[in-house]
Write a protein that binds this ligand. Sequence first.
Ligand code: NDP
Ligand code: OXD
Length: 310
Amino acid sequence: MSILLSTKANAMHAWRDALLAEDSSLDIRLFPDAGDPAAIEAAVCWTQHDMAELRRYPNLKLIVSMGAGVDHLMRPPGPPPGVPVARLKDVRLTTGMTEWVLLNVLRFHRQDMEYRAQQAARIWDELPAPETTKRRIGMLGLGELGSAAARVLLSLGFPVMGWTRNPRAMPSVQCYSGTDGLAAMLGRTDILVCLLPLTPETRGIINGASLGMLPRGAYVINAARGGHVVAEDLLAALDSGHVAAAALDVFEPEPLPADHPFWGHPRVLVWPHAASITIPSSAAPQVVENLRRAREGRPLINLVDFTSGY
Ligand code: NDP
Ligand code: OXD
């Protein structure tokens, strides 16, 4: 089976080496040097790869997308019809995200921004001690990433709530779904964490109306996709003090334009879409497992559901 590998230039060789470490017999072709298009049976690629280009390979049996988010696959023209697409569910990607969520929850909870401001002014002053059991975390999405972060936050004593598309139960987490459920959760949320997939239903979900439902002084953390946030509405909520601060890893467009107000906003922490980065050696085993399954005609794992859009 010949495999087309296409990712960012700086990750290409690490991915090839990681896949070969799992199966040295793989014939990996680095895009754009695909060779005979008829020989390509699987494509392992990421967001920069043009889905229209994949229509060149008449014998394609599998596409593996090298990340968790699949919104780029939902845009026209989409993957070639009839070719199954798998995403990654990877422990290192998940722990990376948990670390990033924890970092920002704790920064806000432990008044780090206030203490840094005091440091800049050489002020030695103790602020009131924050109460963990009273800082309510509202998770938008309790999937692979959201549920893992929720478990760690719970273990520290934070009350955790979660909002999902399908009603669900998770031990010790107050679960909500639907429009009413969202409003109910937002009204009780001190720190909002977005780990939703970007779909037509979730685009712009962090907007003036939803931010207005948060208690005054709430915090916003977005590591999902920039399209979840209506930037002008978040800026207005920050400027009015309704939202105390935001940690943002993802933007629309990316890179965040140099003149965007988020860059210089004193209450915004900007990250360059680096909350969690796929580590090829960690993710390669599941990719190779799917390549074997495709070759042997066995059921694939981690398939993207094009009906739900994630
Ligand atoms: P999953 O598909 O595992 O989970 C998605 C969660 O969102 C599920 O709980 C799902 O509900 C919920 N959801 C989906 N649609 C809706 C809706 N309309 N209303 C309410 N809840 C909804 O995704 P992951 O946890 O793996 O990843 C989440 C996102 O994180 C990715 O799509 C990607 O955009 C982003 N990401 C960002 C990274 C970064 O570095 N910044 C790295 C990796 C991912 P249900 O349980 O009912 O299905
Ligand atoms: C992903 C990402 O979706 O890195 O995996 O954003």
